[in-house]
Design a protein. Structure first.
Length: 361
């Protein structure tokens, strides 16, 4: 899966273990699905998963990893990916915008992305099959990019991996069906009842649309106007979320958890977020019995190596090198269930992408 700030890759086994301890849970809502890593893992365990995210790239990932059924798409996807791998490179919008005006990928790979993406658009595939093809292309591009993981910046010099040729692979699509929604979180929260709702909301000023605008433009293929060194979509300036506002996040979170129709809530949140542990505990305890666990992890890579300006000079000082991730469970018998699942919990080591060790956008 793509590199992603706040990824739950290392927390994932603990999330799955907690969910497996919950009695009579079969339907799960992943409300802020992002890469769909959590939804994908829970689907693999046999849960009926609905993944929701308002961005087009995340919705496409959810269609591929949660909604698509492997037996329905595998043969066609493998055949089409083989054909797409042979499409002749052709420079276009993507190459000009992200490989020449910016330096996210090398032009030789940009030319292949342009040609492959145009061909996918021409195919007119079923939405789930198209999502598999688009995710294959997105992940192929991610493997040869020249960033620290965020698209608010790119490296001053080409990364070693950027020299590799773009290579399409079949994504790890699972057997079985699921659902993928592309809704605002508050709208999605009131759509249906679930046994469990998992929440991993934005927690500070970093906006995911701006952080991953290249993938948004690749999926939409709307070739938008862009601005700045980072060549961000102009709608990055317009999009605002209450979860990115220190002033608004508490009320937004309170409204969200009040709207959700779910027997259990499982919430992950960083201590770098606008809501404190005490804030979250107070809000969530209004829903029922509350239990929590805290995991320590290393901050993103750049915090370990320092902060640099666009000229490559080290500037400023990193305030801290470790953070914590909170995991909250709300619902019947939450304390016992959480204690059982986390009794052998060890501090985890996390690495997050560093937007500060690259050319700012």
């Amino acid at each position: 899966m793509i590199k992603y700030i706040g990824s739950k890759r290392l927390l994932l086994p603990k999330i799955v273990e907690v969910v497996q301890r919950l009695p009579n849970v079969s339907t799960v809502l992943d409300l802020f699905s992002g890469t769909s890593r959590v939804g994908h893992a829970l689907k693999a365990q046999g849960y009926q998963v609905t993944a929701n995210d308002h961005t087009a790239y995340a919705h496409t990932l959810a269609r591929c990893y949660v909604a698509a059924n492997r037996s329905s798409v595998l043969a066609s996807a493998e055949q089409l990916l083989a054909e797409l791998s042979l499409v002749a490179p052709r420079a276009g919008y993507f190459t000009k915008t992200f490989c020449e005006d910016a330096r996210y990928l090398q032009p030789k790979n940009g030319e292949r992305i342009d040609a492959i993406r145009e061909r996918i658009a021409e195919l007119g595939c079923d939405p789930l099959l198209e999502a598999v093809l688009l995710v294959s292309l997105m992940e192929a591009a991610d493997r040869v990019d020249s960033t620290c993981g965020l698209q608010m910046a790119y490296l001053k010099g080409w990364s070693a991996r950027s020299h590799n040729p773009l290579s399409l692979r079949m994504p790890a699509v699972l057997q079985g069906d699921g659902q993928a929604w592309c809704l605002d979180a508050h709208q999605a929260a009131g759509q249906a009842a679930f046994d469990l709702a998992y929440l991993d909301p934005p927690y500070n000023q970093h906006r995911y649309l701006g952080n991953y605008h290249v993938w948004e433009s690749l999926v939409r293929w709307d070739k938008p106007e862009v601005y700045g060194i980072a060549m961000k979509r102009v709608d990055c300036r317009q999009y605002k979320s209450a979860f990115n506002s220190k002033r608004l996040i508490r009320d937004a979170f309170a409204q969200l958890i009040a709207t959700l129709d779910a027997r259990y809530l499982l919430v992950s949140f960083s201590n770098e977020g606008y809501l404190s542990y005490e804030d979250l505990s107070q809000l969530l305890s209004a829903r029922g019995e509350l239990a929590s666990a805290t995991l320590a992890y290393k901050r993103y890579v750049g915090a370990q190596i320092g902060i640099y300006n666009p000229s490559g000079e080290k500037v400023g000082r990193v305030s801290h090198l470790k953070n914590s991730e909170y995991l909250f469970l709300v619902g019947p018998d939450a304390k016992r269930l959480m204690n059982t699942a986390t009794s052998e919990l060890e501090p985890a080591s996390f690495e997050r992408a560093d937007p500060l060790a690259a050319t700012p956008g």
